[in-house]
Design a protein around this ligand. Structure first.
Ligand code: HEM
Length: 160
């Protein structure tokens, strides 16, 4: 009789220990999966940025100046001080669609030169309504903020 009781007790002890350990492992696995899927969701939500006109409008100061020209978004912050037409000509369009302002030099009527058009390239952030990762955005902001104006800033050489 005692033998039988000991056997049952051992059996119960074994079953309980195994169940508790298995349950512990299962809970750990579930937590691990949950965490990684939470991280994935957070990443997808926080790491994408669409270049909307609403986003453009936030960059409307001389220290943080985006222009939209022909559906392309530019960060021209670092160029403002070198602009041959003066800083204010650009500053008043920061955060806006400056397509026609650029094509008419702010209403003067004449377009920018080809040299001026080719100077835009280093300041590109991306096309309007394009979705990029915040990492890509950070990289292009850093690049455009540290892009110096070209040595010959669109000025015509004097021969004398
Ligand atoms: C909406 C924004 C802009 C306005 C309203 C504007 C306006 C003007 C004006 C009024 C001039 C002087 C014209 C003259 O005295 O003959 C000028 C010249 C110039 N601007 Fe702008 N500008 C703008 C943006 C830019 C940007 C973003 C760049 C280059 C990245 C640029 C590059 C130049 C250059 C190189 C000149 C010398 C003349 C030429 O090559 O056409 N401008 N701009």
């Amino acid at each position: 009789m005692i033998k039988k009781t000991v056997a049952i007790a051992l059996f119960l002890f074994f079953v309980t220990t195994t169940s508790v350990m298995t349950a512990g492992l299962v809970v750990r696995e579930i937590n691990k999966n949950n965490n990684s899927s939470t991280n994935q969701t957070t990443n997808t939500i926080t790491s994408n940025q669409t270049l909307t006109t609403a986003e453009l409008a936030k960059h409307n100061t001389s220290g943080n100046c985006w222009l939209l020209i022909s559906n392309q978004m530019y960060n021209v912050t670092s160029y403002i001080r070198s602009h041959p037409g003066g800083s204010n000509e650009i500053i008043r369009f920061c955060g806006q669609d400056a397509t026609s302002a650029f094509q008419t030099k702010g209403g003067q009527g004449n377009n920018h030169s080809n040299a001026a058009y080719s100077m835009l390239a280093p300041y590109i952030i991306g096309k309007l309504n394009k979705t990029i990762t915040t990492q890509q955005l950070d990289t292009s902001i850093t690049q455009t903020n540290t892009t110096p104006p070209p040595a010959n800033n669109g000025e015509v050489e004097d021969d004398d």
